[in-house]
Write a protein that binds this ligand. Structure first.
Ligand code: PMP
Length: 386
């Protein structure tokens, strides 16, 4: 089966042949067949070093032997139950230990985690309004996408205020006039779509302070950034968020989302309280995700986090030294090149799978030689574009 044949079949059964807007690259992306370590093989047999890692989720690359063993054992013992399992308790205990956030709930994606955090924040404060910053991506939930996006009802857009990225003055103005309506201020400390630049610590401190003084909750979206520190990027800023959303690396390669935070806030979900917030999810906290995710996090301790960040810092430094515009922090590197689609294909032909916006996410199976190969492919792709 050729790529064109598969694409044509896809177009007959899926709109535009696509089921995941975020990974589309025109005219149509290649099809993956298998992955091992940091290498992915596509349907034509072309092999690429995977710097996409399913949009930063696969911290240990593909088919890590230990994770395959854990997942296989979990599947063999029953993949999902209409009862809780010990695995969710173990995963929550580990996240508590790593982040210092005492209370946790799980779901199936980062999108759902943001939905759950905002529902919880609205319930806990009795307020409706959510504040977000332009250019920050928080998944596909109505309330956090661009209010002008097709399909988003005006009534939802009315319950959200979008402020300029990193603008503490705008936040102060808004909270002065409408502070008593605001349930949550949603912050990404290194927003990928806004350029993957770490937030200015002075802005973060002011935003946290203003939010607290308005009686609103600070929700930090760590769906991508959790991998940058053992306890997530907020720990680097010394922040104490009310709620944190996680996903991606926490699932060990399987679908996952989670919300952690202060017990008083998350207690609004407790079935032991009067009139709790209801939140289901047929596959939430399934033992395959929980057990494999817990194992993946255990393989990503302080030493591994630091080593991977050092590799990313080296890659970013060497690219910047050769005049390539780059951003990011640690194991997340972003190429700030015009025409990301064309760059994506040039990288792919040179053996590197990037994110469609130029994001390069490193994984633990990568060696120094792999990182050198990625650097050389980027340099060649950039020269190819000149
Ligand atoms: N928040 C952030 C910061 C993200 O980058 C993403 C996805 N890339 C999400 C939320 C949504 O996560 P998911 O794709 O698992 O729904």
């Amino acid at each position: 089966m050729t790529v064109a044949e598969l694409r044509d079949r896809a177009r007959r059964v899926m709109p535009g042949g696509n089921t995941r807007s975020t990974l589309f690259v025109p005219p149509h992306p290649p099809y993956a067949v298998s992955g091992a370590g940091c290498v992915v093989t596509d349907a034509t047999g072309h092999r690429v070093v995977d710097c996409n890692n399913n949009y930063t989720a696969l911290i240990h690359g593909h088919a890590h032997p230990e994770l395959v063993a854990v997942a296989t054992e979990a599947v063999a013992a029953g993949s999902a139950f209409g009862l809780p399992t010990e695995s969710e308790v173990v995963c929550a205990e580990l996240l508590r230990e790593r982040t210092g956030l005492p209370s946790w709930r799980f779901c199936n994606s980062g999108t759902e985690a943001v939905m759950m955090a905002l529902r919880g924040a609205r319930a806990a404060t009795g307020r409706d309004l959510v504040v977000r910053f332009a250019g920050s991506y928080h998944g596909t939930y109505d309330a956090v996408v661009d209010p002008a996006a097709p399909g988003v009802p005006g009534s939802v857009a009315d319950s959200v205020v979008t402020l300029p990225q990193g603008d503490a003055g705008a936040l102060a103005d808004l909270l002065r006039s409408r502070g008593s309506e605001v349930a949550a201020v949603l912050l990404d400390l290194m927003p990928n779509r806004a350029g993957l630049r770490p937030a200015d610590p002075a802005f973060v401190e002011q935003a946290a302070d203003l939010t607290r003084r308005a009686g609103a909750l600070l929700v930090v979206d760590e769906v991508i950034t959790l991998r940058l520190e053992v306890g997530g990027l907020h720990t680097r800023y010394g922040l104490e968020p009310d709620l944190v959303t996680v996903g991606k690396v926490v699932g060990g390669g399987f679908p996952v989302g989670g919300v952690g935070g202060r017990a008083e806030v998350l207690d609004s979900f407790s079935p032991l309280t009067d009139g709790p917030v209801s939140w289901g999810g047929t596959f939430s906290a399934n033992p395959v995700t929980m057990r494999t995710g817990t194992a993946a996090l255990r393989l990503f301790g302080a030493a591994e986090v630091a080593a991977l960040n050092a590799r990313g810092d080296r890659l970013r430094g060497e690219l910047a030294g050769r005049g390539v515009p780059v951003s990011g922090s640690g194991s997340l590197v972003r190429l700030l090149l015009p025409d990301p689609g064309a760059t994506w294909w040039r990288l792919y032909e040179r053996g590197v799978l990037a994110g469609t916006n130029g994001l390069l996410a490193l994984s633990t199976p990568m060696t120094d030689d792999d990182v050198d190969a990625v650097r050389d492919a980027v340099l060649s792709a950039v020269e190819g574009a000149a």
